[in-house]
Design a protein around this ligand. Structure first.
Ligand code: ATP
Length: 369
């Protein structure tokens, strides 16, 4: 409608100053967020950071201590779950055990007292969407974990919610099935075009499924961004360390005689060049966040490299497609380095206790204050 157009797709869901206290304990601390229409948005964080409480406030199961939630410009304050245009899929799926697949999906539509033909049409449409039409007469206990999840999703989508809430959607599945279902779920959600907020503590899951991720810590949002923004441009040591592996080189800003900004790091013999666009004052404490795949490994000193360090291979973790070297510098600091195992019979195979050189470019890392 006109109102939606005015709001713009960016403020489809607007969370403002949301706070939740339990007996004086602050579980969600002044959270503000804007979620776009059609987006899959993940709340990611360690156990106890407040992500489930935030999701439960979106659903209406928990009443905020302060702040408000708007959905398409409409305040959700005081609305119980069943009066909201939202639907939550629980980690346990909460399917009715005595009902068939079909009856489970139709249940919510029957509660709405929709005409029978429409219930039938909508139910079979949903079962087709999740590819469960053939198993429509089965009971939940006759289904695999992945099939149960698809039924739960069909049931959540049946009423056409404006906001789908997923609580640890892969929590009940084993590891192999998880990665398969992640992509499948994304396909179904995107096909429906439904806006979705999901909670997970699994970084890989958030990276695979979400268009944008909010990283939470101790009730607060630390960073919001697309998976690659968060990986490539972390805004703090916390977020850099939370997603993927990272080397943090702590040091102080120092400008050289040509006015290049560098970092002097006690773990390295040479100063680190960090390129233009980095701001900071002389002597400022900073860290360079350097991903393991941004570092190259050499037998001999790389003469041309702008940043380099010498070390010894202390450990090698083999992952098939790549290996992760643990390289110890003279200071004792250990750097992680990814090495792609492209050439099976490469003559330059590295092994334990090898003396090696590491190098990386001016723009390889992110400077964090
Ligand atoms: P997990 O991944 O373990 O579920 P979470 O990030 O989802 O963690 P929440 O369940 O939101 O975390 O809980 C956030 C904090 O609030 C925790 O310290 C928890 O103990 C506390 N908490 C949650 N619900 C209640 C409650 N009903 N009463 C008191 N404290 C609560």
């Amino acid at each position: 409608g006109a109102k939606t157009d005015q709001l713009g797709e960016h403020d489809y869901v607007k969370v403002e100053g949301l706070r939740k206290e339990f007996d004086g304990f602050v579980a969600v601390d002044d959270v503000s967020l804007s979620i776009r229409q059609g987006e899959i948005f993940a709340l990611l964080g360690a156990s106890g950071c407040g992500k489930s409480t935030l999701l439960r406030m979106l659903a209406g199961f928990e009443r905020p201590t302060a702040g408000d939630i708007h959905l398409q410009g409409q305040s959700m304050a005081g609305l119980p779950p069943y009066r909201r245009p939202t639907n939550m899929m629980f980690q346990s799926y909460a399917l009715f055990p005595h009902m068939t697949v079909e009856q489970n999906v139709a249940f919510g539509l029957q509660q709405e007292k929709l005409p029978r033909e429409e219930i039938q049409r909508r139910t079979s449409e949903m079962l087709a969407l999740v590819q469960m039409s053939k198993l429509a007469k089965r009971k939940p206990h006759q289904l695999s974990g992945g099939q149960q999840q698809r039924v739960a999703l069909a049931r959540s989508l049946a009423k056409g919610p404006k906001l789908l809430l997923l609580d640890e959607p892969m929590g009940a599945l084993d590891k192999k099935l998880r990665s398969q279902m992640q992509l499948e779920l994304v396909n179904i959600i995107e096909k429906q075009g439904v806006t979705c907020v999901m909670v997970t503590h699994d970084q890989e899951e958030a990276m695979t499924m979400a268009h944008r991720i909010a990283i939470m810590e101790a009730g607060r949002i630390r960073q919001v961004g697309s998976p690659d923004e968060i990986y490539e441009q972390p805004n703090s040591r916390y977020t850099a360390g939370f997603i993927g592996q990272v080397n943090l080189l702590e040091g102080k800003i120092d400008t050289d005689e040509k006015d290049h900004i560098t970092i002097v790091c006690p773990d390295l013999e040479h100063q680190i060049y960090v390129g233009h666009g980095v701001t900071g004052y002389e002597g400022m404490d900073v860290a360079l966040a350097l991903r393991p795949e941004k570092i190259r490994i050499h037998r001999d000193e790389p003469q041309q490299a702008c940043n380099k360090a010498r070390g010894m291979i202390q450990d090698i973790a083999y992952f098939g497609s790549h290996s992760v070297f643990h390289v110890t510098l003279a200071s004792g600091k250990v750097l992680l380095v990814n090495h792609v195992n492209a050439k099976r019979w490469a003559s330059e195979q590295f092994t334990w206790n090898d003396q090696v050189w590491l190098s990386w470019g001016e723009l390889a890392g992110v400077v964090l204050s």
